[in-house]
Design a protein around this ligand. Structure first.
Ligand code: NAP
Length: 308
């Protein structure tokens, strides 16, 4: 099979396509013929060596997969050869999705929603599961709540806005000025240009904040939360912020996304009900993985995908 392999850490140009042995599915695994593999910011951090999730190279990046079942390992039931599937297998261990074939645990993938093609389904799992787990599992999202979603035009943010709206929340979204219209089109009730003034001066009585930006954003977001509210952060939260939150009666959840078949099924239901749509800014063939990484670093709206 062809795969994108890297032999050293570094810039996007360390990504190169090479012939690799076909993986063989072990017991409990499914061999997937990958049609599309979504790219996430974590891929770039691992590629560059900032984040040592996969140890030292050589390794194959990628966690987001959409494709068809090519073969079944021993003991796998519930899938047949030819089935269309998607998922975020093995995260944070190596899933090697930037390849024509990937052997993945059967219980970490789900049927691809019929309302999304492979490019859109391949863009969904990691960002979608992060938004789902963050809002619903960690955040305890309920209808009628006031929810603040930072970086609402990003991979996670644009899905989070739609998931929160589908749950009946009142959604306030922050973006840079050129992305405000996009955030509105997702259904956000209020959009804030974060380059014009301080969101914390404009908002009060928020029930749930999804913090996706980092730096002092978590601490700053405490100012808008009501007592009993929840701050769900995808990034590190300082001890000072945790202490401040406790004093304010705010719960803080620092989350890391995990493989989640049930979450995939929920996302698929929202797609098929037309309550959730994945925005793909651009797709690139596997051979152009380096160009795709460079493009993602320009912060396009939505997602970037590789096609195999
Ligand atoms: N813990 C976890 O499990 C987990 C899971 C997924 C992602 N993450 C992390 O969460 C972050 C977001 O992921 P992603 O996939 O959504 O990234 P992404 O697609 O690259 O989007 C990031 C967005 O942030 C926006 N942004 C930058 N500064 C901002 C600010 N001050 N206020 C509001 N928005 C701002 C950018 O757009 P504009 O500035 O143009 O509006 C961009 O669209 C990344 O750091 C990623 O590594 C963590």
């Amino acid at each position: 099979m062809r795969a994108v392999i890297q032999n050293s850490v570094g810039g996007p140009d360390v990504l190169a396509t090479a012939e690799q042995p076909d993986p063989t599915p072990k017991a409990g695994e499914v061999l997937v013929r990958v049609k599309a593999a979504g790219i996430n910011p974590v891929d770039g951090a691992v590629r560059a060596g900032h984040y040592k999730l996969l140890g030292e190279p050589p390794f194959i990046l990628g966690w987001d997969i959409s494709g068809t079942v090519e073969a079944l390992g021993a003991g796998v039931s519930g899938f047949q050869i030819g089935d269309e599937v998607f998922g975020m297998p093995r995260f944070p261990k190596q899933a090697a999705a930037y390849a024509e074939l990937a052997a993945v645990p059967a219980d970490e993938i789900a049927p691809k929603p019929s309302g999304a093609d492979h490019i859109h389904a391949g863009a969904l799992p990691l960002a979608g599961l992060t938004a789902w787990q963050g809002l619903v599992r960690h955040g305890g999202l309920k209808s009628g709540q006031r929810v603040l979603i930072h970086a609402a035009a990003g991979g996670v943010g644009h899905l989070a806005v739609q998931i929160a709206k589908a749950h009946g929340a009142y959604v306030i979204a922050t973006t840079s000025p050129q992305k405000l219209d996009f955030a509105r089109s997702l259904g956000a009730d209020e959009v804030l240009d974060y380059t014009k003034g301080d969101f914390a001066d404009k908002l009060r009585d928020i029930d749930l904040v999804l913090e996706t930006v980092g730096g002092d954003h978590a601490e700053h977001s405490l100012k808008v939360l009501k007592r009993g509210g929840v701050l769900v952060s995808l990034l590190n939260v300082s001890d000072a912020t945790k202490t401040q939150a406790k004093a304010q009666g705010v719960r803080v959840e620092r989350m890391s996304v995990v493989p989640d078949r049930e979450g995939l099924l929920k996302l698929g239901q929202l797609i098929d009900a037309k309550k959730l749509a994945v925005h793909v800014a651009k797709s690139f063939p596997l051979e152009q993985a380096g160009a795709a990484h460079a493009f993602l670093a320009t912060k396009p709206i939505g997602k970037v995908v590789l096609t195999a």
